[in-house]
Design a protein around this ligand. Structure first.
Ligand SMILES: [Fe+2]
Ligand SMILES: [Fe+2]
Length: 196
């Protein structure tokens, strides 16, 4: 079934750049899914998965990848500063859209605006940040960052397993900014646990 490609546990990538690029493709697929879902419960459910995926993906980048890139790559301050500005803009669009709700007549149009912003941002990351990060880091450094991103992802399955729903509901339902806050706490705990 097509949902399987968005199950985080199946993401075998040990290189953080491969992992994040793969997530960008999953985000694109989730936008398609929301757009193609009929209005009502199916669209709402798909949109909630998109909100979780975006919140967790961007928070993991902000906590783990951007700080490292800022230090390691040429013009790191400028490159990462531009990406953080794009992420702030996308986060605001996401919050506004979530408040609007999937049933609102403007939902589809505003979803297109969010989609364009998120995908342009992902492309800029791949071109200006991740390519340089790969060139300036070791396999071990990228593996350590991938472990941190996966720890965040494991908490935010876009397709919950039987038996884990209530934990996932508690952690990852609610407004996007609440999800971001909870994800940030979890990542910081995980990084401390790994001596980082
Ligand atoms: Fe990002
Ligand atoms: Fe990204």
């Amino acid at each position: 079934m097509s949902d399987r490609r968005t199950v985080p546990e199946l993401m075998g990538e040990n290189d953080v750049v491969d992992l994040l690029v793969r997530q960008h493709a999953m985000i694109r697929d989730l936008f398609d899914e929301v757009e193609e879902s009929p209005a009502g419960a199916r669209r709402t459910e798909a949109f909630e998965r998109l909100v979780r995926m975006l919140a967790v993906h961007e928070t993991a980048e902000e906590e783990i990848v951007h700080p490292y890139a800022r230090l390691k790559i040429e013009d790191g301050d400028e490159v990462v500063g531009d990406r953080l500005a794009e992420e702030r803009e996308a986060k605001q669009l996401l919050v506004d859209l979530e408040r609007l709700g999937t049933g609102h007549p403007d939902f589809s149009g505003r979803l297109q605006v969010l989609r364009a912003a998120v995908l342009a941002h992902a492309e800029a990351e791949e071109r200006y940040e991740f390519a340089r990060l790969r060139a300036r880091t070791s396999v071990a450094e990228r593996r350590a960052m991938a472990a941190g991103v996966k720890a965040a992802e494991a908490l935010a399955p876009t397709h919950p397993h039987p038996g884990t729903e209530s934990m996932v509901m508690n952690l990852l339902f609610g407004p996007p900014l609440a999800i971001v806050d909870r994800t940030r706490d979890v990542i910081r705990q995980a990084m401390r646990g790994h001596g980082g």
